[in-house]
Design a protein around this ligand. Sequence first.
Ligand code: ZN
Ligand code: ZN
Length: 120
Amino acid sequence: MHYPTEEEMNNITASEVAGLGVGTLLLCCTIAAPKIDSFISNSQRSSLGMCKTCGDLRMIACSKCKGIGSVKEGGPLSFNMMDDLYQSLGGESKAKAFKCTKCRARGHFCCPDCSEVPSV
Ligand SMILES: [Zn+2]
Ligand SMILES: [Zn+2]
C-alpha cells in the first residue's frame, strides 16, 4: 500500500487550484473579450448604476458547472481530484463528463437583472 506523501498531496492541491484559476481566467476572458467595448461604455455611462449581479457583463457564470459547461459523473471528491490531475498530465479522463443541463453547456447565463435577451 502506497500512502501519498505530504509533497504529493500538496501537488494535487496545487494542481486543483491552478486548474480552477485557469478555468476562471479563461471564463473571464471568454466573457469579457467581446464585451469590453460595451462594458467600458456602459460603465462610463452608468457609473452609478452598474448591475450588482454581473457588473454589467450581462452574464453570470453557471453555479452548477462553474463556467466549464460540463459536469463530471458524481463520485468521491478524491476521485475527481485524481482524475483532474491525470487529465492535466495528458491522460484521458476516466470519469464521464456530461453537458451541464442547467446552462446547456454554455457555462454561463444571461444576467437576469440586466439582460432579457439571450446573447449569441
Ligand atoms: Zn452549467
Ligand atoms: Zn447584470
